[in-house]
Design a protein around this ligand. Structure first.
Ligand code: KET
Length: 397
């Protein structure tokens, strides 16, 4: 009886709901739970650029030795080009340490472990609310987690002044976790002007920003969504950025992601890379070859890169058109209510303001699945289900 004392796992609020959806026998069910992009047919797209990269990889496939701890050099370099621009001073001067990681989750956790070891007194501050797993990952690494004000339930917008005030009062060397774009779960982002106002505060207080860039391209564009990364790099601050290709390349199960740490100079970046490698070695040793091949080929082959950019634009625009349709149908059904937040929020998610009880009704009575916080994955809407979803929402509101 070695394990009798174990507490049962309550399940993950997002992944568990997605599992429940798969088991739901209703034909007209609607999955707005997990952060996955579905096409208008309700399928997870397999991007042509990814298929072509994989075909080339298969044709050239060689021995499958281990990758280095830090991942494939070509993938790491391609990530730096994507995030900062290949000719960015931070890249050319060698002051960015980049590792290919097991999804961006792998990167986030490796960064958290590094912080626990090398900045042992530092806590992390996350937005209220944030992706549930941020708290879990940092607490799992032994880092104390706190929140700063973020979402304004009254306006469906940002509490920017309160956010800045809280951040300005943090102890030096605190870690501030920020969503670079397409905030999960609210869809509420900082404008470029707000980033420009926040960055001097972070510098004055000697804080350590930690960017999570999981939805690059789903906000305003691939380059536009890197605004925060580049603005921080230009400011001279040291910071972390974990980025994901799960959503932008529609390769969720390939676990394609990276962690980059921007440092003061190349010498510091070498030290950081070394300790991040030590952290990876004691966690999962090294990342996978297949993800490395997809990342480097799609980003560096000009034809594949062009096709990818077009695919990302099409996914972004489809979500925007779903936002407009949902807004139109709901506004027609409930003219007294302001649904403008569906139009102003960006990326895969919107915070609907639905209570947990209303979300439960949507699931039980209408087969429409949202996370119980009221987060809707707008990327699960389609021309076939948007009317029905809006009608169901109007019924429970
Ligand atoms: N960061 C954020 C903000 C995020 O929403 C996700 C995934 C990740 C990181 C992880 O991505 P990856 O690179 O695949 O490890 N979010 C969706 C899925 C999940 O919960 O795992 C979601 O919120 O539904």
């Amino acid at each position: 009886m070695m394990f009798k004392h174990l507490e049962p796992y309550a399940g993950d609020p997002i992944l568990g709901l997605n599992d429940a959806f798969q088991k739901d026998p209703r034909a007209d069910k609607v999955n707005l739970s997990i952060g996955i992009y579905f096409d208008d047919e309700g399928r997870i797209p397999v991007l042509d650029c990814v298929k072509r990269a994989e075909a080339a990889m298969l044709a050239e496939s060689g021995p499958k030795s281990y990758l280095p701890i830090e991942g494939a050099a070509a993938a790491r370099q391609a990530v730096q080009g994507l995030l900062f621009g290949a000719s960015h001073e931070a890249v050319t001067s060698g002051r960015v340490a980049t590792l290919q990681t097991i999804g961006s989750s792998g990167g986030l956790r490796v960064g958290a472990d590094f912080i626990k070891r090398w900045l042992p007194g530092s806590g992390v501050w996350v937005s209220d609310p944030t992706w549930d797993n941020h708290r879990a990952m940092f607490e799992g690494a032994g880092v104390a987690v706190h929140t700063y004000p973020y979402y304004d339930a009254r306006t469906g917008g940002l509490r920017f002044a309160a956010m800045c005030e809280a951040i300005a009062a943090l102890p030096p060397r605190s870690v501030v976790l920020l969503h670079a774009c397409c905030h999960n779960p609210t869809g509420v982002d900082l404008s470029p002007a707000q980033w420009d106002a926040l960055i001097p505060l972070l510098r004055e207080r000697e804080l350590l920003p930690y960017l999570d860039l999981a939805y690059q391209g789903y906000g305003d564009g691939i380059e536009e969504d890197a605004f925060a990364v580049r603005a921080l790099a230009a400011s001279g601050l040291s910071f972390f950025v974990a980025n994901s290709f799960s959503k932008s390349m529609s390769v969720y199960g390939e676990r394609a992601g990276a962690l980059s740490v921007v440092c003061a100079d190349a010498g510091e970046a070498d030290l950081v890379l070394g300790q991040l490698k030590a952290t990876v070695r004691r966690n999962y040793s090294s990342p996978g070859i297949h993800a490395a091949g997809i990342i480097s080929r799609v980003l560096t082959d000009p034809a594949l890169r062009g096709a990818w950019q077009a695919d990302v634009a099409a996914m972004r625009e489809r979500i925007l058109s779903m936002r407009r349709q949902l807004h139109a149908v709901l506004s027609a059904k409930q003219p007294g209510r302001d649904f403008g937040y569906f139009l102003s929020q960006r990326g895969m998610f919107s915070y609907t303001g639905l209570s947990a009880a209303q979300v439960d009704r949507l699931k039980d009575e209408f087969g429409v699945y949202l996370v119980r916080s009221g987060r809707m994955c707008v990327a699960g809407l389609s021309t076939r289900n948007v009317e029905r979803t809006a009608a169901a929402m109007a019924a429970v509101l």
